[in-house]
Write a protein that binds this ligand. Structure first.
Ligand code: CP
Length: 310
């Protein structure tokens, strides 16, 4: 089986079998990453450009590591040290980069839809590494992989996504991915940070955190973007923490063997206490570890996935 699209732009509309293919392939790459020599020649001769118009630690470094471990050639582009500063458009930038003969573009951009726009401008494969508040498909895939690895299933898993749902591309991609895989998803956060008609995405909506956490297996905690208080969407960070912060006390409502997730970066003491973030049930660093194998799987599959992996 192979991926049906030459791009990975989002999880909206992606079929269950395609998600399963990515997760199964990630398992193979995770096993490769456990070996003493973590490098394979699979993408030798493939050139990848990492096009980052926004800051990133986890996504940028794990794509770069994934590319190096697959023996691809890579180039890193950062908007603030490029001719974007002289007014060059996104279209001109990607057309010029493609003229240097590249195969894959990994793009993070603050504007929703930027990866789709790029995919219409170039012949190379395009991977969305986060576009505004729209989607972050590789984050959701590594989250699904982390959960499947722990529970051996996704179907029926009860997941609560807590925080600023309105501005979260991680929430959107996870909602699409988790519901497609048969998980039961609810969202919880202040009404000012809840998208209009979000229940149409197949999730239940709570404004009471204790009710949202009752009988859940997984809590996916989202970062509160500190600028939301300045824009008037939150009365104060202290009030947010009191009402929606994930504390050890609140974990009592969760099912046995529960899991705490966070895509990072964390605002310790705001949306999650350090005690919870670093607790034994937290898989936050496992998510980061699995990000490399997940991105290796995606790069491999988008490059044709023809070579046998041993
Ligand atoms: N999870 C995530 O996207 O983190 P970065 O912004 O550091 O890439």
């Amino acid at each position: 089986m192979e991926l049906k699209s030459k791009n990975l732009l989002g999880l909206e509309g992606m079929k269950k079998e395609q998600i399963e293919l990515i997760l199964d392939t990630t398992e193979t790459f995770k096993e490769i990453l456990m070996r003493p020599i973590r490098k394979v020649p699979t993408l030798r001769g493939v050139t990848i450009v990492n096009l980052f118009y926004e800051p990133s630690t986890r996504t940028r470094i794990s794509f770069e590591l994934a590319e190096k471990r697959l023996s691809a050639e890579l180039v890193n582009f950062s908007a603030n040290t490029s001719s974007v500063q002289k007014g060059e458009t996104l279209k001109d930038t990607v057309k010029n980069i493609e003229a240097m003969k590249i195969d894959i573009v990994v793009v993070r951009h603050p504007s929703p839809g930027a990866p789709h726009f790029i995919a219409n401008c170039v012949d190379s494969s395009v991977i969305n590494a986060g576009d505004g508040a729209h989607e972050h498909p590789t984050q959701a895939l590594l989250d699904l992989f982390t959960l499947r690895e722990k529970y051996k299933r996704l179907k029926g898993l009860k997941v609560a996504i807590v925080g600023d749902i309105l501005h979260s591309r991680v929430a959107r991609s996870n909602i699409w991915g988790l519901t497609t895989m048969g998980a039961d998803v609810c969202v919880c956060g202040p009404s000012t940070l809840m998208p209009y008609e979000i229940e149409k995405m197949g999730v239940r909506v709570y404004s009471d955190l204790d009710k949202a956490l009752d009988g859940r297996d997984v809590v996916m905690v989202l970062r509160i973007q500190l600028e939301r208080q300045r824009s008037g969407l939150l009365p104060s960070l202290r009030e947010y923490t009191n009402t929606f912060g994930i504390t050890k006390e609140r974990l009592k409502r969760l099912n046995k063997g529960f899991t705490i997730m966070h895509p990072g970066p964390l605002n310790r003491g705001v949306e999650i206490t350090p005690e919870v973030a670093d607790g034994p049930y937290s898989v936050i660093l496992d998510q980061v570890t699995n990000g490399v194998a997940t991105r290796m799987a995606i790069l491999y599959l988008l490059s044709g996935g023809e070579k046998k992996l041993e």
